[in-house]
Design a protein around this ligand. Structure first.
Ligand SMILES: Cc1cc2nc3c(=O)[nH]c(=O)nc-3n(C[C@H](O)[C@H](O)[C@H](O)COP(=O)(O)OP(=O)(O)OC[C@H]3O[C@@H](n4cnc5c(N)ncnc54)[C@H](O)[C@@H]3O)c2cc1C
Length: 592
């Protein structure tokens, strides 16, 4: 087990050079969120998450959340920690000031949230799901609902959940069966939901569930699903907590990872019906829930970054101490960090993590502009960018998180396979990321279907044009970055080639969706990493002697030569004869 250190310099560098935070914070609503303020709070947050939360990670893993006499019990290691997070205001950074939030842009909140995600990923899901509920209420809640729920959700005193999944309705939510029957000013909800993250617990004073359910006369399929707010404790007229609602956890799953987080089976309406309130219009629940899911998908993408960071730090610490074998140029036996193959693995972890972080924060900054920019045209452009980027952030960042955490185990050798080192926990924790919030298979279909084919790839073409501009505008074609720019040009051509191909061969889209998502994810991630490398290069040209700048360029060079080169394989796979997959039917998979 190693300590966790927040990559503060890296976070600030991205805010300065990719997000252009000095301009970003001039948008309306961010008057109290200056760059100086951000520079002041990041070190404070870092100290808190390093010292208070990070040490809980291993302990909470060994004490999984479970059900005891109908009560959800979480690890004693977490006792009091959530309260400290609330007291310090770390959950409410981006909440609207009107409801007691600090009014920072979401990009700052995500930078701070990464610290919690790295410190204890399972625990971080508690505020993550709450943020999703806040997001949905902000858009679709009535004034009365906002006034009743937002302040306590933003402070974190109450937490939120997302109740979509049922045994027969996972990826395909059109099969949702939970019922909602009108009863005066509310609805009575009954049914069962499974796998509900932080579905019940004692960390917060109330749990606000957002639940997908069907009205009695609702049409079948996606068009007949509505969204309801179901509080664990009903709220009295004066805002205080009232009687317990008819909703409870009836099971907590035994899982591969994220043991801090209780993954609950929830029973609604065992006593006649849980009281729920409609959010948004009737039968438009999926649309409303998507606002929450998209925000949660971006958060899951960033979980990939955060767990990759933690695994990387752990691997570096181990490799610096473990002595094994001889290294060319060093007389005595040397720490394994000097072996080229170990350096390769560490660089791979680092390049994937840094590129993922750039991609995630770039997208969150676009989300801020889509909501807060004063110019409606810029809002619309950014909203479209976020739409396109969401499956890439979720899909690519979480696929590479599995790769990074697995490499972290490999760097440890046999010790990586032993639980006590902690490297295995990161790999187990990361394994959920490509599954929840829409599996990566579903993200890939979303990317190629809705985000590419549906509008004839107009939006995606716009993204490629932005990437092309980076090449065209590169004023100082310095020696350090010219080769890196040539790699970007090649990647853009590969994406364009794949895009042209799929527009002509759209029937193949389902078969090649995953590879298509990975090609674009890899290329966009590299583009953003390169933008940071170019900013670092500029600082070197201006006389900076910071080793950080040199490292950024070198890491980008590693990405170009060792990771971006996967693109050629992706492209060939996309264009290859897909009959080798399509000709198989279910029976062909049965053992003879
Ligand atoms: C730890 C954990 C926490 C979770 N938290 C929540 C939560 O808080 N709230 C909530 O509502 N749900 C939650 N879930 C549920 C999660 O979102 C679902 O597990 C996920 O959406 C997949 O659904 P499924 O498990 O039914 O798999 P299935 O839908 O059965 O999918 C199985 C496989 O088939 C593939 N597949 C399915 N349909 C298609 C298709 N059309 N095309 C191609 N491939 C397809 C999938 O990609 C997957 O590989 C959680 C799950 C876990 C394990």
């Amino acid at each position: 087990m190693t300590a966790y250190k927040v990559p503060q310099k890296e976070l600030l560098f991205i805010l300065d050079n990719l997000v252009n935070y000095q301009e970003h914070c001039k948008m309306p609503g961010f008057e109290n969120a200056s760059a100086d303020m951000v520079e002041a709070i990041l070190p404070e947050a870092a100290k808190f998450f390093e010292e208070v939360v990070a040490p809980t990670n291993w302990l909470a893993d060994t004490q999984p959340a479970h059900l005891e006499n109908g009560k959800v019990i979480t690890s004693p290691a977490l006792d009091g920690v959530y309260q400290q997070i609330i007291d310090a205001g770390w959950c409410s950074l981006s909440g609207a000031e009107k409801y007691g939030g600090a009014g920072f842009p979401e990009v700052v909140a995500v930078a701070v949230h990464e610290m919690l995600q790295s410190a204890n990923m399972g625990f971080s899901l508690l505020p993550t799901l709450t943020s999703g509920v806040i997001h949905a209420l902000n858009i679709y809640g009535s004034e009365q609902q906002k006034n009743t729920y937002l302040a306590n959700l933003i402070s974190g005193v109450w937490s939120g959940t997302m109740n979509l999944t049922e045994p027969q309705a996972g990826s395909d939510l059109s099969a949702v069966k939970t019922k909602a029957v009108p009863a005066g000013d509310h609805y009575l909800i009954s049914g069962q939901k499974i796998y509900i993250t932080w579905g019940d617990h004692e960390q917060s004073q109330n749990v606000i569930h957002l639940v997908l359910a069907r009205l009695p006369d609702a049409p079948a399929g996606n068009q007949g699903i509505s969204l309801f707010l179901v509080p664990k404790y009903l709220i009295n007229d004066d805002g205080s907590l009232g009687q317990r609602n008819d909703v409870k956890a009836v099971g907590v799953e035994h899982k591969l990872g994220i043991h801090s987080s209780p993954t609950c089976t929830m029973a609604f309406g065992d006593q006649g019906g849980a009281i729920g309130y409609l959010i948004g219009p009737e039968n438009r629940g999926l649309m409303c829930m998507f606002s929450m899911m998209n925000s949660a998908r971006l958060a899951v993408g960033h979980q990939g970054v955060a767990i990759g960071e933690r695994a990387y730090q752990q691997a570096v610490a181990y490799a610096s101490e473990r002595v094994q074998g001889k290294v060319q140029g060093i007389d005595s036996r040397a720490p394994i960090i000097n072996h080229p193959d170990i350096k390769r693995m560490l660089l791979q972890m680092r390049a994937l993590t840094e590129a993922g972080r750039a991609m995630s924060l770039f997208t969150i900054a676009a989300q801020d502009r889509a909501i807060h920019h004063s110019d409606p045209e810029i809002q619309a452009q950014n909203a479209q960018l976020v739409e396109i980027m969401t499956p890439l952030v979720k899909g690519w960042c979480t696929e590479v998180a599995m790769e990074s955490t697995s490499l972290g185990v490999q760097v440890h050798g046999g010790m990586g396979f032993i639980e006590e080192t902690g490297a295995a926990q990161h790999m187990r924790d990361a394994r959920i990321l490509p599954i929840y919030e829409g599996t990566n298979g579903i993200q890939a279909l979303d990317f190629i279907g809705r985000k590419c084919l549906r509008d004839g790839a107009v939006g995606l073409q716009g993204l490629l044009s932005q990437m092309q501009k980076t090449v065209a505008k590169a004023s100082s074609k310095s020696q350090r970055t010219s080769k890196l720019l040539a790699s970007l040009e090649r990647a853009i051509m590969q994406c364009q080639d794949a895009l042209d191909y799929i527009l002509k061969n759209s029937k193949k889209s389902q078969t090649i969706a995953y590879t298509y998502m990975m090609l674009f994810g890899n290329s966009v991630a590299y583009w953003l990493l390169l933008k940071l490398a170019m900013a670092a290069d500029k600082q070197i040209e201006q006389g900076s002697k910071e080793r950080f700048c040199w490292q950024k360029i070198a890491t980008t060079g590693f990405f170009a030569s060792q990771i971006l080169t996967r693109n050629q394989g992706y492209l060939e796979t996309i264009k290859a004869d897909s009959a080798c997959i399509e000709d198989f039917n279910g029976e062909d998979f049965m053992t003879n």
